[in-house]
Design a protein around this ligand. Structure first.
Ligand SMILES: Nc1ncnc2c1ncn2[C@@H]1O[C@H](COP(=O)(O)OP(=O)(O)OP(=O)(O)O)[C@@H](O)[C@H]1O
Ligand code: SF4
Ligand SMILES: [Mg+2]
Length: 339
């Protein structure tokens, strides 16, 4: 399950998610939004989580970071370097977050304190995680980090408040904070949606460069098939809170195994991998809390058969290094459960 081919086979994976389930709880309602998601991210590897709006990509990302507190029940397992993260106390989590695992959210504005200068926000993160304890060393490192993420005048930006920067510069500053403690896992939730197209390309290039340089494993959320194709690595396709297909990006995009993935690619404006927003297939995805019995894609699936409405297929091997949650996707003899 490696994207780059540079991974030592016996290395403990930086991130291993097994059967992750997120159920939002309110006074009179329980809603399972993420339903048994499993994947492994090796050092330096990228997994692009791809899916339509509402499929559970952000909730998966935020559940891995355990950002919901008592609003959600998490089940399954999230292991970092083999150590279980689910069940850690909030103070234990605070040292993991930003240190071993960091999140770049969709909107850079919400990730920055509007009342504090960028340099001071960076030096605080460095101090909290014990990287640079003195003000002077912290400031020097902050400027280095801002330069590393392609900010041409790091001194000025370090002295600026977030509102004094463009959207692209703010997102670079957020990325500088995210990578400041050299995290082993970087989660980027649609990191470019708020930006214009040219800046989007620059930010994606930057994340790719940092990944190469630092060996960071990257989980990137997108609903843009073009972004998923350009970035390479692996793709995990989500539908109705489940991972329905996973494999090397080039293979998944060239020859999708799951009927939902095939439908997504067919619905692109022109054949092949075109940059664009995903368009719906016939019908609409089910609403959360109203997932149908059996395969959630069955009401829209051109290949559905009677049993699809009763049985929700697990993610199974569907060829070497690939998996899919659909019996028609799995060649006979490879029905071995994944994760
Ligand atoms: N805090 C919450 N409480 C209850 N339901 C939530 C919460 N956050 C998200 N949801 C629901 O979970 C579902 C999945 O949401 P999520 O944000 O993960 O979708 P997404 O795949 O990231 O979509 P998008 O591409 O639009 O960002 C949605 O139906 C959403 O309404
Ligand atoms: S399990 Fe059945 S309904 Fe679901 S994707 Fe496969 S063929 Fe279609
Ligand atoms: Mg989202």
């Amino acid at each position: 399950m490696t994207a780059t081919g540079t991974v030592a086979p016996l290395e403990v994976a930086p991130l291993e998610v097994t059967d992750l389930t997120t159920t939002f709880v309110s006074r009179n309602r329980r809603t399972a939004v993420v339903r048994g998601v499993s994947f492994t991210l090796q050092r330096g590897e990228t997994l692009m989580l791809l899916g339509e709006s509402g499929s559970g990509k952000s909730v998966t990302a935020r559940s891995i970071m355990q950002l919901y507190g008592s609003a959600a029940e998490l089940a399954g397992s999230v292991r970092m370097n083999g150590a279980e993260m689910l069940g850690l106390t909030e103070s234990q989590l605070q040292s993991v977050r930003g240190g071993q695992i960091a999140l770049v959210p969709q909107d850079p504005t919400g990730a920055l304190d509007p009342l504090r200068r960028i340099g001071s926000q960076l030096t605080e993160v460095l101090a909290v995680h014990g990287i640079e304890r003195t003000r002077r060393a912290g400031r020097r490192r902050a400027e280095e980090l801002l330069a590393m993420v392609g900010i041409p005048d790091p001194k000025r930006v370090a002295d600026s408040y977030p509102h004094e920067l463009s959207g692209g510069m703010r997102q670079r500053a957020v990325i500088a904070i995210a990578v400041s403690c050299d995290p082993q896992v970087l989660i980027a939730d649609e990191p470019t949606t708020a930006l214009d197209v040219t800046v989007q390309a620059q930010i994606l290039e930057l994340i790719g460069e940092l990944q190469q340089r630092l060996g960071t494993a990257v989980l990137m959320v997108t609903h843009d098939v073009g972004v998923a194709g350009d970035f390479g690595g692996r793709i995990g396709v989500m539908y109705a809170g489940r991972l329905v297909e996973e494999g090397p990006a080039a293979q998944v995009l060239a020859a999708p195994r799951h009927p939902y993935t095939a439908g997504l690619l067919e619905s692109l404006p022109t054949p092949g991998i075109e940059r664009g927003r995903l368009r719906s297939i016939v019908g609409a995805p089910p609403a959360v809390g109203a997932f149908p019995a059996g395969c959630a894609f069955a009401p829209r699936c051109p290949r559905a058969r009677a049993s699809c409405h009763d049985e929700d297929p697990p993610l199974l091997a569907a060829g070497p290094d690939r998996s899919a949650a659909c019996p028609v996707a799995n060649p006979a003899g490879s029905r071995q459960a994944v994760a």
